[in-house]
Each structure stands twice: as structure tokens, then as C-alpha cells.
Design a protein around this ligand. Structure first.
Ligand SMILES: [Zn+2]
Length: 434
């Protein structure tokens, strides 16, 4: 038997339907906000990630899937979604179309060679948003509230956004110096990663999982004290707009994000109860020019779908995930079967979820299979009735049945099913009858 590679998952059954449901909610909310779907390649030239995401970032230095293709090109499976979108923006000259800001969202798989003991996925799925071409703090607030509202639409009402500002380059340079002089006396005590970060990216020492609980971290410099006037104003506006948008947020100076390209606003989406990070993002005003495009201010975020779906399943926020079918068509002989084929097609094309029998099983087995699929209605075909143009329809919950003219079956379902769209609860069925 061949097993799936380490760090990958198979999505099946209810979880797969929950996944599709989450994607539908995302699509539908994005549409309301007028974000266009964008689909970029899963593999890109390696240079895109090395220049774009930055060589001091773990997901590029330690975790990328790099390979040479048969034409000896250096190829990398995308470890995140932003670089590809920015590349596409530049290559397709989206900036020249007088339509700024460009607002797009993606949804797809990313690849990171994570250490398996962390229980993380090597093929992970993220949906994300990128807005290219606006410096307005209104944009930061819209993007944050979009992430927040999608969670809300999914029923995740305990989301809280942790936000921080990394300021502009001037503010960050000052802060970086302050951090270095603060941590210098403790350099020997820091973990190996932090020793490296000290020169390359000292901001990331702040959120080190290993060191950040140490005593001397308590008095470490706070980025918010180093913001210059402009950066401070930007951040205050973002918070002001988030208040209008009724987003629940806390200012959290520990949020620095793992990527090199962020400036000004950075944020993470957390669950309030369990403090689980669902995703995050921020403003990145220099990435487009780093990748040889025109100066373009951007803001975006990404959220892990795997964790989001797990959370919905755990919290049983799945009442909108279909776990029933509308009708199961039952038959025995060949004549009835032809009618079953015809009826299934008619009903499906009219928008109903319909199953029938394919393996010549007995009626008894067909009843069992209908229950397995949680069928709302059973359609029983028998030759005598069919000769008179009749079919039997049985409500599988109330067990009431009636004969109707086959030609009226779509009207029947229109009337009985559209306003009764919640799944039946089979477990309570027996109690209800008492
Ligand atoms: Zn450390």
C-alpha cells in the first residue's frame, strides 16, 4: 500500500463538504466586497521568493521545496500566496489600467518543508487577500474587517484581531537599533535562531517562541514608542476605522509577523478562547518595487483553511454544511429502473440532490442506503403505479406517503423542499413519534 506523503491530508466526507462550504462563504463575502478571484501558478521561479519574501525568513531559508526542472530552471513550490500575486500584478501591468487599488483574493495550496514533529502540514491551504495601490489606512481597516467578517459569517464569533504597527522605514530603523542595544547584553542567552536574527532581523526576536517568556523580555523596547509622527497617525486612523467597522481588536506590540516585507500595520487573527492563530497579514509598501514593479503600496492577509475547517468541525458550526440528500429513488425491475434514470435526471437538473440505486440491491438495502445519505424523501417506483403515471413519495422523517402523478413531481419538490432546507435529525426521530 502506498501512503500519502508526510504533512499532507486527504479531505473526505463531511470534512470535505465543510471545506467546500467554507470556500463558498469566502467566495460570497469576497463578491460583496468586490474582490476579484486571482489564480496564479503553484510553482514559480525560485528567485521570486528569495528576493520577494526575503532570505532571512524561515519559510524561504529552511522550508521551501526547490528543484531543478528538466530544462535546468530553478523552481520553487510557492510557500505563500503574496509573491505570486505581486509578480502577476507587475507582469500583467495591472497598475496601468486606471483601476487602483486592485483588490484580489486567492485560495489554494502552499508548500513548506516543515519539521513533522511540529504537527504542521507540508501541503497547506490558504485563502488570502491582496490590495495593491492604496496607502489609505481605510484600506488596512477594510482588509482586517474582511478577514474578521468572514470568520463571523462562518459562525466564529470569538475572533479577536491582534494588531500592531511596524511603522515606516525610519521608525523601524530606530526601533531596530533600540532592540539591538537592549538585547546585546543577553546575546549569549538567546536561542540560536535569535542569535542569527540579532543582525539580520532583530524584530523577530520579539516573538521568539523559545525566548519570549524570559524575564528580560518584559522591559524590551515597544515598537509603538518608536513610531514617527506619520506612522503614528496612520496607525491611529486604522484603529479609528476599525472601531467604525465594529471589529474586535487588541493592540499587541508582540505581533511582528515572520516576513521581511511588512511595514506599518501588521495583524493576526486569533480565537479569543483558545488563543489559536488562524492567520494574519499587514501592509507591505516595498514588495512591488523590490520585484521591479512601480512603487505600489499594498496590504493583505492569509488565513489557513485547514485550521479554519478543523475549528468549524470541532465547534460543530456545520449546520449549513449539507448532510442530507433531497430524494432517493428506489426501484426493482428494468422498467422501473428506466423511470428512475429519467426522474433522477429531471430532478437533478431542477436543482435537487438526488441519489438512486446502481448495484441491483434489494429494496431493503436501498432503504438502508437512503438512510445512510440522510434522504429527506424516498421515491418508490413500481410498475403497476407507473402504468397509471403515478409514483409514491414518502417523507422519510414523518413516514407519511402519498401517490402523485409523476409529471407533477418537480412541483411537488418545489413546494415541499425549498422552504424546508435544514437537515433532518435522525437521532431524534424515534422520540418525536412517541
Ligand atoms: Zn529565540
Amino acid at each position: 500500500m502506498i501512503s500519502k506523503p508526510k504533512g499532507t491530508v486527504d479531505l473526505t466526507d463531511k470534512k470535505a463538504r465543510c471545506w467546500k462550504y467554507v470556500e463558498e462563504v469566502i467566495d460570497s463575502v469576497m463578491e460583496k466586497y468586490n474582490y476579484n478571484y486571482i489564480r496564479t501558478p503553484i510553482f514559480e521561479a525560485s528567485e521570486l521568493f528569495h528576493r520577494g519574501i526575503g532570505d532571512s525568513t524561515d519559510i524561504v531559508t529552511k522550508e521551501t521545496y526547490d528543484f531543478k526542472d528538466r530544462g535546468d530552471r530553478s523552481i520553487t513550490l510557492r510557500p505563500e500566496g503574496t509573491a505570486g500575486v505581486v509578480r502577476s500584478y507587475i507582469e500583467n501591468k495591472m497598475y496601468g489600467k486606471n483601476n487602483l487599488p486592485v483588490k484580489v483574493y486567492y485560495n489554494g495550496t502552499m508548500y513548506r518543508y516543515e519539521r513533522p514533529q511540529k504537527g504542521r502540514l507540508r501541503e497547506l491551504s490558504q485563502y488570502g487577500v491582496e490590495v495593491l495601490g492604496s496607502t489609505d489606512p481605510m484600506m488596512d481597516a477594510e482588509v482586517i474587517s474582511l478577514a474578521y467578517n468572514i470568520n463571523k459569517m462562518l459562525g466564529l464569533t470569538d475572533t479577536v484581531v491582534h494588531i500592531n504597527s511596524l511603522g515606516d522605514k525610519e521608525s523601524r530603523d530606530k526601533y531596530r537599533e533600540a532592540l539591538k542595544s537592549y538585547f546585546k547584553p543577553h546575546l549569549d542567552d538567546l536561542c540560536d535562531d535569535c542569535k542569527e536574527r540579532f543582525d539580520k532581523n532583530p524584530l523577530r526576536i520579539i516573538d521568539c517562541k523559545i525566548d519570549s517568556n524570559k524575564d528580560y523580555f518584559k522591559d524590551a523596547p515597544n515598537i509603538l514608542d518608536y513610531l514617527n509622527k506619520e506612522s503614528k497617525e496612520h496607525f491611529e486612523k486604522v484603529c479609528e476605522y476599525l472601531d467604525i467597522l465594529e471589529v474586535k481588536y487588541v493592540i499587541d506590540p508582540k505581533i511582528v509577523r515572520g516576513l521581511d516585507y511588512y511595514n506599518h500595520t501588521v495583524f493576526e487573527l486569533m480565537t479569543e478562547e483558545s488563543n489559536l492563530a488562524l492567520g494574519g497579514g499587514g501592509r507591505y509598501d516595498n514588495l512591488v518595487s523590490t520585484l521591479d514593479g512601480p512603487e505600489t503600496s499594498c496590504v493583505g492577509y492569509a488565513v489557513g483553511l485547514d485550521r479554519l475547517v478543523d475549528l468549524l468541525m470541532e465547534k460543530e458550526l456545520t449546520t449549513n454544511v449539507r448532510d442530507y440528500i433531497d430524494a432517493f429513488i428506489m426501484y426493482v425491475n428494468e422498467d422501473e429502473k428506466k423511470n428512475a434514470i429519467y426522474l433522477a435526471n429531471e430532478l437533478r437538473m431542477s436543482g435537487f440532490v438526488v441519489e438512486t440505486e446502481y448495484t441491483k440491491k434489494s429494496l431493503k438495502s436501498q432503504f438502508k442506503r437512503a438512510d445512510y445519505f440522510n434522504s429527506k424523501y424516498l421515491i418508490l417506483l413500481n410498475s403497476d403505479d407507473l402504468n397509471e403515471g403515478l409514483v409514491t413519495i414518502k417523507n422519510n422523517k414523518t413516514k407519511e406517503e402519498e401517490k402523485i402523478m409523476m409529471e407533477y413531481i418537480i412541483y411537488y419538490f418545489d413546494e415541499h423542499i425549498s422552504d424546508d432546507n435544514l437537515p433532518i435529525d435522525y437521532h431524534n426521530h424515534d422520540e418525536e413519534e412517541v
